[in-house]
Design a protein around this ligand. Structure first.
Ligand SMILES: C[S@@+](CC[C@H](N)C(=O)[O-])C[C@H]1O[C@@H](n2cnc3c(N)ncnc32)[C@H](O)[C@@H]1O
Length: 235
């Protein structure tokens, strides 16, 4: 791969990302992105979907993998759904995303049982009843201008009691305010006895070492975390 290619992709996916506006701008951004997204992610060695799927698979038995009902929250073009299938999840996987363009690409892959175009905010809750899912996986959708930390409790609502939510996040340098709000909310939910943080592991989300110096990329920003959260009781 040429350095130029990596630079083009980095610019398209990160420099052009709407920084201070809300979910509507993000939807516009991703609606245009659907066609290039999978190829761009491959060029940047994006491994978050597989990291999340492996974490999900490590928590359940082979029998559970056969019929677990999963939600891929912020499914995008279906990279996490595909990773979950590769990890052996054979049951229903529902896709939810705010971008019709991304969901269209996802549904063409034939991975998901159903899809819902929906922007999750604190005032626009998930269109599912309580305790609908055996597990929720959300890869790269909690972040600045995307899903806000105050939506985490709503996600717990649609999980069955004692079930897991696997989230990957990348708290890069420019989103330290979001990072504080995110971890404060996890602390609040844990202190309230609604969920437990079972594990949190750092991993290389992308591989950016060869991006041109012109972009002044901070290499620490290519790392993210996979979080394993367990809903503790009926709420
Ligand atoms: C970085 S992409 C990740 C997509 C996919 N999970 C993956 O790993 O490739 C983030 C996705 O979250 C969706 N998204 C962001 N904020 C959202 C919100 N508040 N409600 C619903 N979807 C949202 C975007 O439309 C986009 O498809």
């Amino acid at each position: 791969m040429t350095q130029k290619k990596l630079d083009v992709v980095y610019k398209r996916e990160f420099i052009n990302f709407p920084k201070r506006i809300g979910p509507a701008a993000v939807r516009e951004f991703y609606n245009q992105m659907g066609i290039d997204y999978d190829n761009d992610m491959e060029i940047m060695t994006y491994i978050a979907p597989d990291v999340a799927a492996q974490k999900a698979a490590s928590l359940v038995s082979d029998k559970q993998k056969e019929n677990f009902k999963l939600l891929d929250l912020g499914a995008g073009t279906g990279l996490a759904g595909a990773a979950l299938r590769r990890a052996g999840f054979l049951g229903n996987i529902s896709a939810l995303d705010g971008s019709a363009g991304m969901l269209k690409v996802a549904m063409e892959k034939g991975i998901y049982s159903d899809s819902t175009e929906h922007i999750l905010t604190s005032s626009n809750p998930l269109p599912y009843s309580d305790h609908s899912f055996d597990m929720v996986v959300s890869v790269g959708a909690f972040g600045k201008s995307m899903m806000e930390p105050d939506c985490l409790q709503e996600v717990l609502r649609v999980l069955k009691p004692h079930s897991y939510m696997i989230i990957t996040v990348r708290m890069y340098s420019e989103v330290q305010d979001y990072k504080v709000r995110f971890y404060d909310e996890l602390d609040r939910l844990e202190a309230a006895g609604l969920m437990k943080i079972c594990s949190s592991e750092k991993f290389p989300y992308y591989k950016w070492d060869e991006i041109s110096d012109d972009f002044k990329v901070k290499l620490a920003d290519q790392y993210g975390e996979v979080l394993e959260l367990q809903k503790l009781y009926i709420n």
